[in-house]
Design a binder for this molecule. Structure first.
Ligand code: PMP
Length: 414
């Protein structure tokens, strides 16, 4: 296996988790320069829900370039952008009865979150934003200030005075985190100002595949409505079908005020982000929130093609079925290997095993890599093995990956 001896001293961009040089990819597979094959249960942290180099998206992009389609256009209207917006409206928003203005906040998920925080502050005239334990919303100062990860936040001295972290669903053993939230809002002596927004992930990706119940989500929404607080759902990782529906909040019946999308919205891994804003909150004047790379036309072309997956229910049904298979396997593994002190968790094809003993999840991921499976840890102590296979993976790919996972668990434990 090639390690980056010569590069290690010169750059900081080598991968500590997967010390090799990848060369090619297709579907759920990657190959490195030495010809080793890997099964991808990471999918670019959820940016490759449709797998690597999807045939149709590839074709459309090549064709677009050959036709001298516009690649960069800043804020100009383009055919690629218009076509994407039309398709997004017809295939995603309209059938779900959702009325949102779509804005392009920049190329990444963090950009979507920043824009959501800004719009909430502008609309309400308030400053504080409530977020949750172990949330991950991005790496810039605003998005980091609502990210519940001490390691990522403290080193940068991120100010806390505009954000308040509350316990996520299931994070207050024996107590009700909703009553706690209400107590803070009602208790004027607590020092918590009425917030502009509450921001949440329905399934916390980086935070450890922590999965909120629909009931809890609905209660948070009710609180938002009662207090005139904007509800921002960060669907950057859990959205675009990852949990079995296009938006992760659909089965809970939420109607967020603002939705952040990125990662797989670009279809084939091209940088793209969307902020969906309820029309009454779209209060920005021209140029008030701009940026050079706010709409990549190649991403629009791939994204338009990717929406073909959502023309009917068949794709989401298949994602849910595959999710059930993965979940059933994880439950079996947890039973079969009590030394894991494991807990299976997640929704759709966003699944994980939380492992009790310190360092175990990292060891399993390292071992899996040596055996040709790419998986990553998540959670504040890297205690969760997270599985994000491409949603397009077939039965064979799933079985291959899950078998490697079991072998690695056995190998590490015995
Ligand atoms: N929100 C969530 C829920 C995420 O998982 C991530 C990325 N892991 C982000 C925001 C930030 O996205 P990006 O890395 O594209 O800026």
């Amino acid at each position: 296996m090639k390690v980056f001896d010569e590069l290690e001293s010169a750059v900081r961009s080598y991968s500590r988790n997967w010390p090799t040089v990848f060369e090619k990819s297709k579907g759920y597979k990657l190959w490195d320069e030495d010809g080793n094959e890997y099964i991808d249960f990471f999918s670019g942290a959820g940016a490759l829900n449709y797998g690597h180099n999807h045939d149709k998206m590839q074709e459309k992009i090549i064709d677009y370039i050959q036709q001298n389609g516009i690649t960069h256009s800043l804020d100009m209207g383009t055919t690629a952008r218009k076509t994407f917006l039309q398709r997004f409206h017809d295939v995603i928003l309209k059938p779900r009865n959702l009325d949102y203005k779509v804005m392009f906040p920049g190329p990444t998920g963090t950009n979507a979150v920043e824009s959501a925080l800004k719009i909430a502050r502008k609309v309400t005239g308030r400053e504080t934003v409530i977020s949750f334990t172990n949330a991950f919303h991005g790496m810039t100062i605003g998005s980091l200030s609502v990210t519940g990860n001490a390691f990522k936040r403290h080193g940068a001295g991120i100010p806390l005075h505009h954000s308040v972290s509350m316990p996520f669903d299931g994070y207050m053993e024996g107590h009700d985190s909703i009553s706690y939230l209400e107590m803070f809002l009602e208790d004027k002596g607590s020092g918590v100002a009425l917030p502009a927004a509450i921001i949440l992930e329905t399934v916390q990706g980086e935070g450890g595949v922590n999965t909120a119940s629909f009931e809890w989500l609905k209660k948070v929404e009710e609180i938002c409505r009662r207090w005139g607080i904007l509800l921002i759902v960060d669907d950057v990782q859990a959205g675009c079908g990852r949990t079995g529906t296009f938006f992760s909040f659909e089965p809970a019946g939420l109607q967020p005020d603002v939705v952040c999308l990125s990662k797989s919205i670009g279809g084939i891994g091209l940088p793209m982000a969307l902020t969906l804003i309820k029309p009454e909150y779209d209060q920005w004047g021209p140029g008030e929130h701009n940026g050079t790379f706010r709409g990549n036309n190649l991403a629009f072309v791939a994204a338009t093609e990717a929406l073909s997956f959502w023309k009917d229910d068949s794709f989401s049904i298949s994602v849910r079925e595959k999710g059930e298979k993965v979940r059933a396997t994880l439950e079996v593994l947890v039973e079969k290997y009590p030394e894991l002190q494991g807990e299976a968790r997640g929704r759709g094809l966003m699944q994980g095993i939380a492992c009790g003993p310190e360092g175990l999840a990292s060891q399993i991921c390292r071992d899996a890599f040596e055996s040709g499976l790419i998986i990553e840890t998540s959670g504040p102590e890297d205690e969760v093995v997270k599985l994000l296979p491409p949603l397009t993976i077939d039965e064979e790919g799933l079985t291959l990956g899950l078998n490697i996972l079991e072998k690695s668990i056995q190998h590490v434990l015995h």
